[in-house]
Design a protein. Sequence first.
Length: 491
Amino acid sequence: MLNQLTISELAVKLSKREISAREVTQACLDQIARVDGKIHAFISHDPRDALAQADAADKEISSGATPVQKPLLGIPIAVKDVLAVKNQPLNCGSKILEKFISLYDATAVEKLKAAGAIVFGRCNMDEFAMGSSTENSAFGVTKNPWDIARIPGGSSGGSAAAVAADEAIATLGTDTGGSIRQPAALCGVIGLKPTYGRISRYGLVAFASSLDQIGSFTKNVSDAAMMIGVMSGVDPRDSTSVPQPVPDYVAALDGKVKGLKLGLPKEYLIGGLDPEVKAAVDAAVKQLEKLGAEIVEISLPHTDYAVATYYIVATAEASANLARFDGIRYGLRVDGNDPAELYSKTRGAGFGAEVKRRIILGTYVLSSGYYDAYYLRAQKVRTLIRSDFLKAFETVDAIVTPTTPTAAFKIGEKSGDPLQMYLSDIFTISCNLAGNCGVSVPCGFTKSPRLPIGLQLLGKPFGEETMLKLAHAYEQSTNWHREKPPISAAV
């Protein structure tokens, strides 16, 4: 089944003309028709447009184009519904943008297309990326391919589920507080969150502008390295993109990890950690040590304040960013007798409960009399959290932690308790506050039911090379990433 292959495997077959881009794309479309009614990874997709792109890719291959020139030529890649793709819907999982069509491509999408990718399909997500379970989408809940009674994680749950179920060869997601790494862990795929500023955010509908970062879901680390290599680089349209040179990430995957120091933060081994998750992560740490990495205990003393800090900073920025959705310029409009009533009715009808909750929280912490007590203090604590990481990275090359405290929980299990839901991202949030890079790789399964467990590796700012080197070495020494959920294997 062509849809089960990796980017690297398909690139070889396509360049030798053993297969066609149309056949690969059709295999993905067939898989969507077969399984997406059960998992709902996609909000929308256009088979005709996807096949037209595939035919164009086949013509390029026939004309002599190679993977060296276009590393993603003929590869079907789906996109989280928060990134602009010209002439495709851009809904952000929300009723307020239900009928909106994008007029341009995000920079990351432009770069995928320039590399030859077939960009198709809109993956489901928590509305405006606000959530940890993809239960907050206005278009319905996405289900975990390993157990359709359970959540796939969020907010990029549709993107993670699509790769796990082999509906796309790779997908794009966004990570504001763990929204790539957490669903990657719960769905058993690779989830890469680059350093803040590594990939342009132009064309990404903002949730929290100082935290959001575009990344990818792939079937192995080599594909993740290829994807970040294609999308990285400074962009004059995004003032927060950083003019750092883009390394050859794939070439860095040489398996040489002997002597690298891995920090194990004592604050992450908390009492609420599921015993099976702890056992899997402990075994993964021992495997990394066996491969030659040196394990060093470190301390990140302000970890306990990360969740509170994140939900002040993120909601404050969300309150400002989402003010543009007012029924005046674009999106849903519900008329009223005056502008205030129009705003109220439009936002009341267009936004879901979680988005409203975060806008209210954000407006509160920015309001007169509370700005210093909450928002300003949170920014100061954020600086302390970043300093913890910078100090740790003076002595270690990367940090290793669990990605999530538990495996995937049941749909509806935490939806009535927002605080419990927020704690799902307890191990991933600090990375965004500090602006570091992170990746989640599969490291085991729970026994009953059999659900994936993720290992998180955190790198220095712009230290993706070393982080991916470690992730790749671990991945190649185990078979966890080769496991397929029953829904994918069923024909």
